[in-house]
Design a protein around this ligand. Structure first.
Ligand SMILES: [Fe+2]
Length: 374
């Protein structure tokens, strides 16, 4: 049976792809109020699995909670005093939706059984008296299903983590090209997320894409010579033309990853201006994707409030006044106003970017979440 070796944490692609063929001993919870039935079940499954038992529903729930990391399958009797098997399994399903649930029943009423299957997320019911071989077959296929879904979830979690860490590394590498832009991409992403959240606070997909766009907006600068990026003085016209090629290059790089969908178009447009005097396409007003209009404000605010090789940082209020001045020319007036309205929060974020980023990041949250929610 296949299982991910959990001792191998994310340390590299080899480990990430590693799947162990070593078998693990699975833990099964048996719940039955009749001692003889419990003994019968234990005997049928003896030697192959770790067995935990409970003689009633409430006790079964306690055992499940205490051993939630271990239990992969539950077998419950149907007819039990105080809490019936279906009620127990329904509650168990709320605690551990991915654990396989099997009901042992003497009922043959198809309506009752169908209802139980749906309510309890039953893998299968087995009629009593049960045939031990049938029981073993059902348990084995249940455990196989559980292990496959766990492996898939772990793989998904690792893939998500790999993706997140990769784009964070790319943007950090980019910022490291110039000592003056340290942390720039992360802060642009943070301010973009904060502004986007005022528009669509619950649209997780939009916020996640804004985060990716923020982290990768300048990725095309990888193609710009270091002497231009770090030049202490004003760029010549020729150098400026080279610098202006970075949004198109960002788009090309992002478009290589088809899963990133339209984010390529967004990063290409982050130097467009509301009045149409931006680059590379001279897009105007709402022709510019919303996310690019958001990133443009965040990018400019961070550029103004950071010291660069050719000038000192502006104070927060000077940058806010500049955004106010450029409302409707460089920036989407409504978005710029929203940014100005939340300036106190922006200032706090500027002073504690790591702390605020952890609070606003959608990707970080998803990586940290329990695998079952992914
Ligand atoms: Fe840029």
């Amino acid at each position: 049976m296949l299982s991910i070796d959990k001792s191998l944490q994310f340390e590299g692609l080899d480990n990430f792809l590693y799947v162990s063929s070593e078998s693990v001993t699975n833990t099964i919870l048996l719940v039955d109020d009749e001692i003889n039935n419990l003994q019968l079940l234990k005997r049928a499954l003896r030697g192959k699995y770790n067995i935990l038992t409970a003689s009633q529903g409430a006790e079964g729930l306690d055992v499940l909670k205490e051993n939630i990391e271990k239990i992969c399958l539950i077998i419950s009797d149907h007819k039990m005093p105080v809490m019936e098997g279906t009620e127990f399994l329904e509650k168990a399903n709320e605690i551990a939706p991915d654990v396989i649930k099997i009901l042992l029943t003497g009922f043959s009423d198809i309506e009752i059984l169908t209802d139980a299957v749906n309510k309890c997320n039953l893998f299968q019911y087995i009629m009593k008296p049960f045939d031990p071989n049938e029981l073993i077959n059902v348990v084995e296929s249940g455990i196989e299903k559980y292990n496959l879904s766990s492996s898939r979830s772990l793989m998904m979690k690792d893939l998500r983590e790999l993706f997140y860490k990769t784009i964070k590394s790319i943007s950090a590498t980019l910022d490291a090209k110039d000592a003056y832009t340290h942390g720039h991409s992360m802060r642009v992403t943070l301010y973009s997320l904060m502004l986007a959240k005022t528009l669509y606070p619950d649209d997780e997909e939009f916020l996640q894409n804004i985060e990716i766009a923020g982290l990768l907006h300048d990725v095309g600068k990888i193609s710009i010579p270091q002497r231009i990026i770090c030049k202490p003085g004003k760029l010549t016209d020729e150098e400026f033309q080279i610098m202006k090629s970075h949004p198109v290059c960002s788009e090309k790089l992002v478009d290589n990853i088809k899963q990133l969908g339209q984010i390529g178009t967004w990063v290409k447009a982050h130097h467009e201006r509301w009045d149409g005097r931006g680059y590379p396409d001279g897009l105007k007003g709402e022709e510019i994707p919303l996310s690019a209009r958001i990133v443009a404000i965040a990018d400019t605010y961070d550029a103004m409030t950071s010291t660069r090789s050719y000038r000192k940082a502006l104070e927060h209020m000077e940058a806010i006044n500049e955004i106010e001045r450029c409302k409707g020319s460089q920036f989407d007036p409504e978005l710029a106003q929203k940014f100005i309205d939340m300036q106190d929060l922006i200032l706090q974020a500027k002073e504690n970017p790591e702390e605020f980023y952890a609070k606003y990041s959608v990707l970080q949250k998803k990586v940290a979440e329990n695998i079952h929610n992914m």
